[in-house]
Design a protein around this ligand. Structure first.
Ligand code: NDP
Length: 281
């Protein structure tokens, strides 16, 4: 019997990752034969470990913190999304050539639009962060046609670099795209997306209730207990809030479709994962 095709999520740390569970369910539900594991590699061992994993017969992998920029650098063929973001979360070998894409933004936009029923077209968006996650979602967010997108980051120069790399796309969409420092933000927004690691560190962002328009949503890309303080802040301001679990399953579904050519039932798997987490699993 042929061996199941091997995949992994590579990160540091990665023990907490739910990706193996998600991909195992996708495989079961679509009848695909694959094995998906976790690989914890520190930055200095990432390139060597990735190449070894592929040399041992694996087809591809997901890449998470802190390797997304290095993954984009190592790829021989990159999607337009990766070329803009300089960050990749999905790698695979095709005829010996290493390909890269970034499915984070597709997962986020699908969760916002299809999962939460939000209309991004014409919306006022605040995206906080300029790391691998924010870089990966900026182009797909712009493609949804918001009226205005403010990219705020603790280190202003990183926000400015990302904005410069996406200026042509924003102009095409007629979206006003601005870089801003995290402190001193002005204006109000329909959707505030926390793409920083602040929740992971238990640190609050310098946001005010006035940044939330009536009916606004706050979205933390984190999920589980770390996302709770940001969501609680939004609720205390009268806004609605979501964690990033839908994005996690959505980006995984896009990776799975790229690798296997089959679209898995993401909504079903998200509902199952929420139930599993709620039961303490
Ligand atoms: P990076 O390490 O690449 O970037 C971290 C970002 O967070 C930077 O913009 C950094 O700002 C900012 N930051 C860190 N600490 C603070 C703080 N205390 N206050 C304000 N800003 C802070 O990480 P990623 O971009 O890859 O990931 C960010 C988060 O998104 C992670 O928590 C990750 O788990 C989550 N994520 C979730 C996904 C999902 O599917 N749900 C997918 C991808 C990511 P500076 O530039 O100034 O250092």
């Amino acid at each position: 019997m042929p061996q199941p095709t091997a995949y992994a999520v590579i990160g540091h740390p990665v023990a907490h990752s739910r990706s193996p569970w998600i991909h195992a369910r996708f495989a079961e539900l679509t009848g695909q034969s694959l094995r998906y594991t976790r690989l914890d590699l520190p930055p200095e061992r990432f390139a060597q470990g990735l190449h070894q994993f592929l040399a041992d017969g694996a087809h591809g992998c997901n890449v998470t913190v802190p390797h997304k920029f290095e993954a984009a650098r190592l790829a021989q063929v990159s999607s337009e999304r990766v070329q803009r973001a300089h960050a990749a979360n999905t790698l695979w070998l095709h005829e010996g050539v290493l390909h890269a894409d970034n499915t984070d933004g597709l997962g986020l936009v699908a969760d916002l639009q299809d999962g939460l029923g939000l209309d991004l077209a014409g919306a006022q968006l605040l995206l906080i962060g300029a790391g691998g996650a924010a870089a990966g979602v900026l182009a797909p967010l712009l493609a949804a046609g918001p009226a205005r997108l403010v990219l705020a980051n603790r280190s202003l120069h990183r926000a400015q670099t990302l904005v410069a790399a996406h200026a042509d796309l924003a102009a095409l969409q007629k979206t006003e795209l601005l870089a801003h420092a995290l402190h001193g933000l002005e204006g109000d927004f329909d959707i505030i997306i926390n793409a920083t690691a602040s929740s992971l560190n238990g640190q609050a962002l310098p946001l005010e209730a006035t940044h939330l328009r009536p009916g606004a949503w706050a979205y933390d890309m984190m999920y589980g207990p770390p996302a709770q303080p940001f969501m609680a802040w939004a609720h205390s301001c009268g806004a609605r809030a979501s964690d990033g679990l839908g994005m996690l399953v959505g980006q995984a579904a896009e990776s799975f479709a790229l690798w296997r050519g089959v679209r898995p039932p993401a909504a079903q798997v998200l509902a199952e994962l929420r139930a599993l987490l709620a039961s303490g699993g």
